[in-house]
Each structure stands twice: as C-alpha cells, then as structure tokens.
Ligand binder design. Sequence first.
Ligand SMILES: Cc1cc2nc3c(=O)[nH]c(=O)nc-3n(C[C@H](O)[C@H](O)[C@H](O)COP(=O)(O)OP(=O)(O)OC[C@H]3O[C@@H](n4cnc5c(N)ncnc54)[C@H](O)[C@@H]3O)c2cc1C
Length: 469
Amino acid sequence: MRIAIIGAGPAAVGLVDTLARSGADGAAPDVVVFDPSPHSWRGRPYAPDLDSVLVNVPPAIMSVRHGDREHYASWLGERGAAHLDPLLGAPLVPRALYGEYLEQTAEKAMAAGNVRLVRARVVAVTGDLRIRTEDGREHEADRLVLCVGSGTPADLHGLDGTPGYVTDPYPLARTLADVRPEASVAIIGSRLTAVDVAVSLAARGHAGPISLVSRGGMLPHVWLRPDDHRPTRLTVEAVEALGADVTLASLRDLLRAELDGLGEDIGDLEADLRAAATEAPAARLRRQIETVGTHSQARRLLQDACHGVMASAWPLLPEADRATLRRHARLAVSLASPMVPVNAVRMLALYDSGQLDSLADVRSVRSVRSVRASEGGFIIETGGGTRHADVVVNAVNPPPGSVPRAAAELVGTLLREGLAARHPDGGILPSDPRVHVVGDLHGGRPFLTGGIPDVVGAAARTARALTRA
Ligand SMILES: Cc1cc2nc3c(=O)[nH]c(=O)nc-3n(C[C@H](O)[C@H](O)[C@H](O)COP(=O)(O)OP(=O)(O)OC[C@H]3O[C@@H](n4cnc5c(N)ncnc54)[C@H](O)[C@@H]3O)c2cc1C
C-alpha cells in the first residue's frame, strides 16, 4: 500500500515511527512524506533557534512514540542535566534540541521502513489520490494523511511589511536580531509565544521597555510539578459511560467526586479561576511560582482533563455547553497550556524590575507612518489610553482548525474533489475512507491547541487504521 503523508512535523514523525515498526514482519507500507521545510521533521515549533526558546512541557509527555513515555527521556539521557528546571524538577531543553530528537526518530524510521521524504509543498490532490507538488510533479497514493498543523500567525492589524513589525516571530534568532537593545517593544498576545518573545528579549540583554498587549491580559498558568497521581473518577472511561448525558455539570460532578476523594474543595479551585480575569498578572505569577510543588491535585486534574477528557467529551456536549466553554476560551487555554516555571521566574523578574508590563483591552495597533509620514514606530490604543512602541512583534497563533497558508490550495482541492468537508466550527473532516487528518486541522475538536501527546495519540490511531485497511 502506498501512503502519502503531507507535512513532516511531529504528527508525521509519530506516524512514520509507528508505521515503520508495524512492518517488522516484512509488510511495511510504502510511505512518502512531503514537506518543503529546510528543517524536515521539526514542524513549526522545533527548528533551530535561540537557546531561550524552550519546550513547554515536561519530558514524560514529550515522547513522540505513543505508549512509550520514556522514549524521549532516554534519547535525552545525561544531556537533560544541563537543562534542569529546578522548580519543575525535570529538564526543559531548547526546542531546537527537541527538534533533533524528532529528526533522529524519523531518520531511524526511514532507515528501518519504506519511508521517503520529498522536499516539496503539495498544492493539489485529485479524486484518485494523485498528489501534485509545487514543482508540477505528480505522485500516486492509495491513502492520504494530512499533517499540516495550523500554520503561522495571521496579520491581524494589517501591518505586514511595515518596518519594525514582525508578523511571525519564529525563529527568534532571526526576528529579534535587528531589534535595538533600547527599543520599546510591544508583543501582541499574552500566551506562550508572547512569553517566548519576552524571555528571549531578556536573554539577549534587551534594555528597553517590553509590553504584552492583548485583549484579556491573562498569562498562561504556571506548570505544577508533575506527580504520580492518576484520576479515578474524571476519566475518559467515565465520559464514555455517560455518553449522551455528558454536560458541563456532569463533568464538574466527576471533578468534584475526584476532589472529594482527596479531601480537596472544588470551591477553592473555582474561586482561584474566577480571580484569573481580574488579578494583576505579576501577583498571580508570583503566587503560582510559590506553589509549583503544591500537593493539591485540583489544577493538575483540570489541566489534564483539558486534553484527554475534553477531547472525548467535546463532541458529546450540548451546543449550549460548548458555547459556554468558548466564552471562557482564554481561561481554558491558559490552564491547558501553562508556562514552564523557569520562564515564569524570568517573566516575574521582568515585571518586578519594571521593564515588562501588561496592557489589556487592546483596540488597535497602527503604524505612526500612517498618520505622520516622516516618523516610525507604532501607536497602540487600549481601553486605558495610547502607548508608543518602536517595534511590534505579533505573537498570536492561529486557532486550531485554521488552514495554514501553505496548505490553502491543497485543502481547496480536497474540498472540491469531495475528499474532505469543512466542519462548521473550523477545520476539516475526511469524507473519503482513504483520507485522514491528524492534528489541529481536524474539525470537531475542542478549541485547545494539541500538544505532542495529542498529535502523537492521533497519529498512532491513524497508523492503526492504515495498517488494518
Ligand atoms: C510556537 C509553538 C510552540 C509549541 N511548543 C510545544 C511544546 O513545547 N510542547 C508541546 O507538546 N506542544 C507544543 N506546541 C504545540 C504544537 O502544535 C505541537 O507540538 C506540534 O508542533 C504539532 O505538530 P504537527 O505536525 O501537527 O504540526 P506542525 O508542527 O505545524 O507541522 C506541520 C508541517 O506541515 C508542513 N506543511 C504545511 N502545509 C504543507 C503543504 N501544503 N505541503 C507540504 N507540507 C506542508 C509545514 O511545513 C510543517 O512542517 C507548540 C506550538 C507552537 C505554535
């Protein structure tokens, strides 16, 4: 069987690793992977970059081999000691180093199985699965897997091409290289990418003021030190048993039962979450840094549930409950994708020194040149007034379900050929059994960006479906 995989990021690495091993009995499928990137297998986040650009999660859940939590940690071996996050008690390496792990895992799969890489962007697929790349070549396949991620930030303020404006911050090694040390920098966004930009500016010795400019001003929560507690009530199995009775209230009941069993009060967790929208970012950060090692399981359980449990519950929830969750998307994302403690400490030092501040309620970001032709820089208008910045860095990633620019033509042909259909909430769903979608482009998922465990789990399920076919 000939399998074509479009996109060579972590999802594709998980897939080729499983497929190559599935052929141990000599029946490995013939796999061709397409990606134009000069840094194959590293996807969007893990290309060479500054050492301050770190992986965002502990090693046990960064394994690209589904079902083998030690796969990445044993690859890292002794090197991990040089990157220990003392508060987390685990190594957090530069994302570029994690990219080496992805590359080497894929190369082993290529050596072991019938896996080949074509460095080209796919622009079209026909109904009989003929794949056309940008250079006009055609390839035939029996099965197709889309692993194209969700792409690069959109130019929300129409500033692309304006001197001093950075549309896509990565690699920061390139985009921050021209930022003068004394320049005032506004970072649009307040999630993990904004944290990457702020801590990387600091690591380069930036001396000018830095502002995080966003609508809500809410920072990601801070990772709690992982422990061995495993939920017994708030589980995927419990959600499956509820079936059509899954509601937000029934999920809350599962969480409360879990916490009751531990002697914890769900009211404390809810009070803390309610405070997230109004508490000053630095004060919340300080408190969370102080409690990284807490024995309380409440937030750990909720963070975990945002991934496994929520992925199962989301399609079963009544639409009104899904709408409620979407209204609280900022809080949910900040819980589901927390920042690593080492970055939290760096951010707090920046707030405490007065170099960093957060501006909420952003209304517009304009180039000064659009008002006074002879001057540079940007005017940022917020509910609280206006601010000038010399440099603006866009750190707002597209939401899951977005079609990456690089895949727009390709997705257009899949829809026209009836191989896939748009999901009303974003993303696409295969409408032909020969076609699969792995990762954030898959429609019908919650609005939370999938991390490595999510894409690797989906890749393993797809590999099973492909080898059964
Ligand atoms: C900045 C950032 C940091 C992150 N850090 C972490 C982290 O530390 N830990 C974690 O668990 N998760 C992290 N994530 C979540 C991240 O989404 C996943 O870790 C992972 O990158 C998703 O892998 P993917 O293969 O689905 O997509 P991607 O990594 O986006 O890879 C998609 C690939 O598809 C290729 N492609 C697109 N269109 C085409 C086309 N038409 N033809 C051929 N190829 C195409 C692209 O070139 C790219 O290489 C991070 C995400 C971002 C944006």
